[in-house]
Write a new protein. Structure first.
Length: 223
């Protein structure tokens, strides 16, 4: 069965989540030495809170999780500065896309393959990120989990793709930079491409990606 749709995770896959801390460190001396750890802790806690709140049944939107993760990461670095946190959050709302994203999305279009995002991000977050990155014209749909009120890797999240796009999982390629998300999507029946930018080991979970890529450039050729 031919592939009709390519669905992307957003944060860490299309958008560079380290950029907020890295870019502010250029002008903020307090971040010069610590921004890599701050960015890593921020991302880790953001995701941990999504999983924990999913398990606990205590949903809040992804913007709140992002702020909660940042607050934890800043405290871990001995930073107590709400203004600095606000500046970082403002930059997070306008994260850049990875350099290869526009050309890759355009190549999919020329192959007649639909392009969509499926993200934990709140709708306003995703709208801001897509606009800031200048890729809105290269996407057919942006799907947020917000109305569902559940986070990946809950199965109901992946079912949103068929519900909103009308394309069956076996006709869909799912692309994510998160190993756990790749596993969740594979369980849902998608053909999964894992973008393993960090060269991490494959997750010890029952469902595996169909292919592992170092970045997004090869996505069109892996369909």
């Amino acid at each position: 069965m031919s592939i009709q749709l390519c669905v992307f995770d957003a944060y860490g896959t299309l958008f560079d989540v380290d950029a907020a801390a890295r870019d502010l460190a250029i002008e903020e001396p307090r971040l010069h030495a610590i921004w890599p750890r701050l960015a890593a802790d921020w991302r880790r806690k953001q995701l941990e809170y999504s999983w924990l709140r999913e398990i606990m049944g205590e949903y809040v939107d992804f913007w709140q999780l992002t702020r909660d993760g940042l607050d934890w990461a800043m405290e871990a670095q001995g930073l107590n500065d709400p203004d600095l946190a606000d500046r970082l959050m403002a930059l997070y709302r306008a994260l850049p896309a990875f350099p290869e994203v526009p050309e890759m999305l355009d190549a999919l279009h020329h192959r007649g393959v639909g392009r969509a995002i499926l993200s934990n991000g709140a709708p306003d977050m995703l709208e801001s990120a897509v606009q800031a990155a200048g890729i809105g014209h290269l996407l057919d749909e942006v799907i947020s989990i917000h109305d569902l009120g559940q986070y990946k890797p809950a199965g109901a999240v992946y079912a949103l793709v068929a519900k909103q796009m009308g394309v069956a999982p076996e006709q869909t390629v799912f692309v994510s930079s998160n190993g756990w998300d790749a596993a969740g999507a594979a369980k849902a029946g998608f053909r999964v491409l894992w973008v393993n930018r960090a060269g991490a080991p494959v997750e010890r979970l029952p469902y595996k990606p169909a292919a592992i890529l170092s970045d997004l450039r090869a996505v069109p050729d892996k369909l």
